[in-house]
Design a protein around this ligand. Sequence first.
Ligand SMILES: [Zn+2]
Ligand SMILES: [Zn+2]
Length: 561
Amino acid sequence: MSHPHPELTEPGKLPKGGLRVTPLGGLGEVGRNMTVFEYDGRLLIVDCGVLFPEEQQPGVDLILPDFGPIRDRLGDVEALVLTHGHEDHIGATPYLLRERQDIPLVGSELTLALLGSKLREHRLRETVQHKVREGDTISFGPFELEFVAVNHSIPDALAVAIRTGAGLVLHTGDFKMDQLPLDGRITDLRAFARLGEEGVDLFLTDSTNAEVPGFTTAEKKISPAIEQVFRESDQRIIVACFASHVHRVQQVLDSAVAHGRKVAYVGRSMVRNMQIASDLGYLHVPEDVIVDAKELAELPPEKVVMVSTGSQGEPMSALSRIANGTHNFVHIEPGDTVLLASSLIPGNENSVYRVINGLARLGANVVHKGNALVHVSGHASAGELLYCYNIVRPRNVMPVHGEVRHLLANGDLARQTGVESVVYAEDGVVVDLIDGKAEIAGKVECGYVFVDGTTVGDVTESELKDRRILGEEGFVSIIVVVDSVNGTVASGPEIHARGHAWPDNAFDPIKQPIVKAVNRAISEGATDTYQLQQAIRRTFGRWVSSTHRRRPMIIPVVIEA
Ligand SMILES: [Zn+2]
Ligand SMILES: [Zn+2]
């Protein structure tokens, strides 16, 4: 939805004592969540996430919220509150901090730890951080914040209550109401009720599953399916899930211990996040169960479990390389079991089924959402949302976190419980809370910001269209093998072009600069293959456009040996 509410114009001046809410991302799409609250000339931001590009957006690495509407006012920002550590909530933070590094960052221990590794990658060292937990209150300028525990598909998620002279706002963040979660940390409905008693003037609620009737299945309910895989498998088991799903990994660890198997993490983000989670005590790792992925070859197959990234079929991920037989040390043997313990995010269907087919062709037994209960959602379904509305009894509701159909379904639930005022806003639509009544006040210019390598915002929609056309004239794949032990390029780049005739040896002049760029990225602390791919794409992209006036699609492949 790039042009919601075409009739709306710039909002007028915010009346004194009013609270202005401007979503800059996350409303009208699932991803890049960011909402700005304004009171008395000061700003508070909740979340700052990314959206991952679709196949029709070639060469784009990430999509950010549009900081345009607040760019001139960054000095007025009191704090950035991060509700939890998912990419669609924290991923764009480094890009915002590049524009003002000392914006105070407020979040739970795990959220800030996951953000921390991202800030280091961006070499942002001078940040200001406030660690909070449920029950804490803390004030930033005119905004008095209170944090409430919520249950979600990552530990340590928080809802935030925001008190100003305009009234009380409650923002759920992403949440569900699993009553028997693995860590025992439930959504604190008692706090929701207490805030409701006080009088919630504006309630912003997670719309993701508003169309799904009933209640989201408990996380524990997937244990039998995982257990069955362990019981029935007499060869290797590979589990793929999101690198932030600590509780899913915990279930796998527990089953592995029960069945006498060792576990190795495959994929850098998995290794990094599970290290953070276990260091902070969110993941309980029994002694001697974790082994290095490279040691797996020495163990008998029935003693092995790999926990891998790539559950969405991401082409460069460990699981995709395993599925197409190009992973350097994991090779599927007939009879191995692969468990995809994750959702299927819309848009990823083709790549996920490509991976499943690849694995099946190699003889693996593939267990996934389509044939077993191996995944439950992290978001509240309609039944849970109804409960919340009845408990909180808010004056006004503003559905957030969803495509238009999700927002509408969520608003409809609120109305069914008797909420009279529901405001449907999309990105850029400004909502004012004045004298207890929330209303749309106008609209600010709010587009998509594309990150392409390290340039932010230089790629426009029309350029993307050019790329789609140019994409037809060809692409170039660049394969580099990196020695992961001493951290240098071991062989390559091998450069292959398709769809456009290049003269022999045309790529020779760029080979050495690519090697240099990769080595430099490693020595500067690049921690995952994705960053190395970006370095390759950047180096080759600049050269091919300045020397040959071409924009082929560039597909960098980094293989760790
Ligand atoms: Zn989330
Ligand atoms: Zn989210």
